[in-house]
Write a protein that binds this ligand. Structure first.
Ligand code: CMP
Length: 140
């Protein structure tokens, strides 16, 4: 089915200047950018976005990392977009990420892991709405 998912290019990948290379992977896989915005997240915004992880031991390090520099946030639209984006990203820990995935090619560690992608269609809707009003998401 035609889906939308939220993608974030994290501060490490923005700093490496590989936003275009990562967008190219989305496009080549048939995903379309339906909304996009660069933003330096506040602590409150990062904590709110990752609220489901609040009790996890890595929460504080995750928030610190996510506010360490600007991120590129986008809505990706396409057939099976949630799973397709997760396949393009590869495993959360770049040590486990398959060759040719975004994390295998651009990530340095489980924290500085280059990209975030929604893990389910249900969370995708919540995450898209967290950053983009419906009027800023374009059907493509
Ligand atoms: P992301 O998909 O953005 O969702 C939560 C992030 O927490 C994850 O990517 C990782 O960058 C980070 N993280 C750090 N340690 C862990 C861990 N042990 N398990 C899952 N995520 C972790």
């Amino acid at each position: 089915a035609l889906e939308r998912t939220l993608s974030i290019i994290k501060p490490d990948a923005v700093a490496k200047n590989v936003v275009g290379e990562i967008y190219s992977r989305f496009e080549k896989a048939g995903l379309k950018v339906a909304a996009a915005r660069m933003k330096h997240l506040s602590r409150a915004e990062a904590e709110g976005f990752y609220a489901v992880h609040r009790e996890r031991p890595f929460f504080n390090a995750l928030v610190e990392f996510m506010i360490s520099g600007p991120v590129m946030i986008q809505v990706l639209q396409g057939e099976g977009a949630v799973l397709k984006n997760r396949e393009l990203m590869g495993a959360t820990n770049p040590k486990d990420a398959a060759a040719g995935t975004i994390r295998a090619d651009f990530a340095d560690s489980i924290d500085a892991n280059a990209v975030h992608g929604s893990d389910s269609l249900e969370n995708a809707a919540i995450e898209v709405a967290y950053f983009f009003p419906a009027t800023d998401v374009y059907t493509r």
